[in-house]
Design a protein around this ligand. Structure first.
Ligand code: 5GP
Ligand code: 5GP
Ligand code: 5GP
Length: 217
């Protein structure tokens, strides 16, 4: 069996909190396949170097081929929805992630998407936060450290928490970064944490269920 050599050190596996994508000053659009569940969703699986840099767009000839992962599409619609405007069915977002990051992963399209879906299940973020009493609710604030500890307890490794700012200016949980080894087999301690998306010590974990602003649905 020939395994392509991997010109990177590890992956960031990045999940987003849909309510926090949507309640910023920018708008979001629900997918054509329906309002997302109140759960974390996948942003991407990103090859990275341990100095903080990363490769991207490693194969300019590649294009997304739905026939290669048709068995995964309904699972991806549920777990990897696109909230960008205008509303879409996800293909454009998946294509962007595949071309920018997936082509550098040494995985084929099916393996790339399947691997990301598997790591979402394994990370079990919402349940791990729930287990620590951390539940999405507007107006409640949680310590970033308690969020990190709850995820670490479930996953075995400390995440990086990225925040964004809601329309009232409150910092809130936006994305969770976990690290995966370069063969995409297991979570590891992050060799380096990303920058940006600073949180402050207390952050909101907003709920999606009320009347969020969005352009279309
Ligand atoms: P990028 O290509 O830099 O990741 O993002 C491009 C677009 O994604 C932005 O112009 C914006 O429309 C959208 N975007 C990125 N972050 C957020 C966010 O936190 N909330 C919303 N609603 N849109 C975002
Ligand atoms: P942003 O500027 O919104 O943080 O990131 C824009 C895009 O740049 C991300 O969607 C991702 O594709 C890429 N990116 C940002 N930071 C990192 C990083 O630390 N590692 C990798 N591999 N990609 C990143
Ligand atoms: P990145 O380049 O940072 O990996 O991915 C961000 C790009 O994907 C942006 O151009 C953004 O507009 C697009 N995108 C589409 N749907 C989503 C979504 O639900 N969340 C985020 N963060 N980006 C999305």
């Amino acid at each position: 069996l020939c395994v392509a050599s991997q010109d990177f050190d590890f992956f960031y596996f990045v999940q987003q909190w849909p309510a926090s994508y949507c309640d910023t000053r920018r708008s979001c659009c629900y997918p054509t396949t329906g309002k997302p569940d109140e759960d974390f969703s996948i942003h991407g699986l990103w090859p990275n170097y341990k100095d903080g840099k990363w490769p991207q767009n490693c194969d300019r000839e590649s294009s997304l081929d739905e026939s290669e992962f048709s068995d995964l599409i309904s699972t991806m619609e549920k777990n990897w929805p696109s909230l960008a405007c205008p509303s879409s069915d996800g293909l454009k977002f998946w294509s962007h992630e595949w071309l920018k990051h997936g082509t550098c992963s040494a995985l084929n399209q099916h393996a790339y998407f399947q691997t990301a879906l598997d790591f979402k299940t394994k990370s079990n973020l919402l349940q791990n936060l729930n287990n620590a009493g951390i539940k999405p609710r507007n107006g409640d604030y949680y310590g970033v450290e308690s969020i990190k500890k709850a995820i670490e307890k479930g996953v075995g490794h400390t995440p990086f928490i990225e925040c964004n700012v809601d329309s009232q200016g409150n910092h809130q949980l936006y994305q969770v970064y976990l690290c995966v080894d370069s063969s995409a087999s297991k979570f590891i301690d992050c060799p380096i944490f990303p920058h940006g998306g600073k949180c402050g010590s207390k952050i909101e974990f907003p709920s999606f269920s009320t009347n969020d602003d969005h352009d279309e649905f």
